[in-house]
Write a protein that binds this ligand. Structure first.
Ligand code: IPE
Ligand code: IPE
Ligand code: MG
Length: 243
């Protein structure tokens, strides 16, 4: 995006991306699915940096859903290895990420993830907690329904303890008890790969999100595609139920 375009646009504050199509990208090339995930991980790095450079405040990257555990163990292992590699590299690139002002946050369930990955994620969150250019939400072992179940359990516990009257439960109570607590809802959700569904991504937060779909497979996604999605978003009229 040129400086001129950037200065003319009111950017979305929060973009969510469903990084889909890695497997098909690999298949088209006669490669293993894990190669597609590797290529997808590199695109994630580029798009994340680009988002921070143009001034986005929040980006959420859907990397592994609570349903993705159904995949063959070999594929799950290859994805876990990529998360591990990324987290190790983030440790090595701490200066670069700090300079860019990236604050990392896990949106997803720690339970079920390998212990070393949880420890690396915790360390990355702690180390970047004071950064304020852009928040990078890593949606790993994330499910929209799963996070709502956790929120309802937390509220039920408060009701049981006598801290909360059920009649007083508000939408804000739910927003405050999910992984994106304190963050704005995604303004724009991007799904490449030609699928037109949320696949359990931010089902609560997406109530008024704008959607942008494309046939591009995630490993082929470029910063120009992100620009296109943002420019389309900027042309839309969001009414939030009003007139
Ligand atoms: C997205 O790519 C990555 C994950 C879901 C982990 P896919 O692996 O779903 O790729 P396709 O949809 O099979 O092409
Ligand atoms: C959604 O993609 C999850 C991620 C991109 C992490 P899937 O490939 O799992 O979704 P479905 O199965 O096509 O709905
Ligand atoms: Mg897929």
């Amino acid at each position: 995006m040129t400086e001129k375009q950037l200065s003319d646009l009111i950017l979305p504050e929060h973009i969510g991306i469903i990084m889909d199509g890695n497997g098909r990208w690999a298949k088209q090339r006669g490669l293993e699915r894990s190669e597609g995930h590797k290529a997808g991980a590199n695109v994630f790095r580029n798009i994340c940096n680009y988002g921070a450079d143009i001034g986005l405040k929040y980006m959420t990257f859907y990397a592994f859903s609570t349903e993705n555990w159904k995949r063959p163990p070999k594929e799950v292992a290859s994805l876990m290895k990529l998360f591990r590699d990324y987290l190790d590299e983030a440790e090595q690139r701490v200066k670069e990420n700090e300079k860019r002002g990236l604050k990392f946050h896990l949106v997803g369930e720690k339970k079920g993830l390998p212990g070393d990955i949880v420890r690396k994620l915790d360390a990355l969150e702690r180390r970047s907690a004071d950064k304020d250019v852009m928040t990078v939400n890593l949606a790993i072992n994330y499910g929209g329904r799963d996070e709502l179940v956790h929120a309802f359990k937390a509220l039920a516990r408060r009701v049981k303890a006598g801290d909360l009257n059920p009649d007083d439960i508000s939408e804000k109570d739910i927003s405050d008890n999910i992984f994106t607590s304190g963050q704005p809802d995604p303004d724009l959700i991007i799904r490449p790969s030609g699928e037109y569904r949320l696949s359990n991504f931010m089902i609560w937060q997406a109530a008024y999100s704008e959607f942008w779909y494309s046939d591009i497979l995630w490993p082929d996604f470029t910063s120009d595609d992100l620009d296109k999605a943002i420019i389309d978003y900027c042309k839309r009229s969001r009414r939030f139920g009003g007139v």
